[in-house]
Design a protein around this ligand. Structure first.
Ligand code: ASP
Length: 311
């Protein structure tokens, strides 16, 4: 674990499990309870790291790995299927202390893409590796590999069949973006962000969204905030959402909530929807979303521990 320097003594973490069309009317009580429990497990995994004096970087990786292993979310196990029936995973991590960053896309055998993203950051001279090359690196670095069946779940397979049968566009398949992410600030006032996703149901042609793109779906800078996004990736890329929020905070002097809402409005003008979570070096976390719901959770050193789904 990285040592912290006790700048504020306050720590906080926020997680998301994707923004989407969830409402109390469309989700039954059993599904609500299952998602809330899963969010709680991931939140506690990150919280335990911070409570023990660990770094924001370790905390976001622990929380995201828990969400990747949980089949309820579109990352790792339970990722959506591509048009050709495979699971192709993207992830990124960024350390606000150094602005070190690592990312991978299109991986098919790495159990926890967030761990591979971190290994790219720490053990390679690069920031972003893709596909077969990323997994060659994963094997060299002993990052856990699994049979692709590990990721496949029946509900996601049915979503693909439904999308094909109805000839839906990628954004119409229930408007559920189950991407996962975490942001945290540790007791030393350092922030970190991590995001992991299977992308969009039925994606083709090697499509990559915003999640693994540093500055779009993921960014962390101790001078501003840590940001993780979920939503319509194409618009999030075009608005460089995560970096834009940090730039508004750092250069424009805006508060994190105002900056987040302003940038989500810009995404909306481009025709995109989604959600953002943030953590600031001062010890704050928050979120905003323009979909009916977003799977989310927040915890901090003052005793906050809350999970939520609906708007
Ligand atoms: N933003 C992700 C992507 O475009 C999707 C999501 O948030 O679920 O790949």
């Amino acid at each position: 674990m990285t040592e912290t320097s006790e700048t504020t003594g306050r720590w906080a973490i926020a997680i998301h499990g994707g923004a989407g069309s969830m409402t109390p009317e469309t989700m039954d009580a059993e599904a609500v309870a299952a998602h809330e429990a899963a969010l709680g497990v991931a939140l506690d995994a990150g919280r335990a790291v911070l409570m023990a004096g660990g770094s924001a970087l370790d905390a976001v990786c622990a929380a995201v790995a828990a969400l990747e292993d949980d089949p309820h979310f579109n990352a790792g196990r339970g990722a959506v299927f591509t048009y050709h029936g495979t699971n192709e995973l993207d992830a990124a991590v960024m350390d606000g202390r150094t602005r070190g960053a690592g990312a991978v896309c299109g991986v098919t055998h790495t159990r926890n893409p967030v761990h591979l993203a971190r290994t790219v950051m720490e053990k390679s001279p690069h920031v972003f590796l893709s596909g077969a090359g990323a997994e060659e690196f994963a094997r060299e670095q002993n990052v856990e590999q699994v049979d692709p069946d590990w990721f496949a779940t029946e509900p996601r397979w049915q979503q693909l069949q439904e999308m094909k049968a109805k000839k839906l566009g990628w954004f119409d398949a229930g408007l559920k973006y189950g991407t996962v992410g975490a942001v945290a600030v540790d007791a030393g006032g350092h922030v970190a962000a991590a995001t992991s996703t299977g992308g969009l149901t039925g994606k083709r042609w090697g499509r990559i969204g915003d999640s693994p793109l540093i500055g779009a779906g993921t960014y962390a800078d101790d001078r501003a905030a840590a940001i993780s996004c979920t939503g319509s990736g194409e618009q999030f890329i075009r608005a460089a959402v995560a970096h834009e929020i940090c730039a508004r905070i750092r250069l424009g002097g805006e508060g994190p909530q105002a900056a987040t809402e302003t940038v989500l409005d810009e995404v909306g003008l481009m025709g995109g929807v989604g959600g953002v979570i943030y953590a600031t070096p001062g010890g704050e976390t928050g979120f905003a979303f323009t979909t009916p719901g977003m799977f989310r959770g927040q915890a901090d050193s003052a005793g906050l521990r809350v999970v939520g789904i609906f708007g």
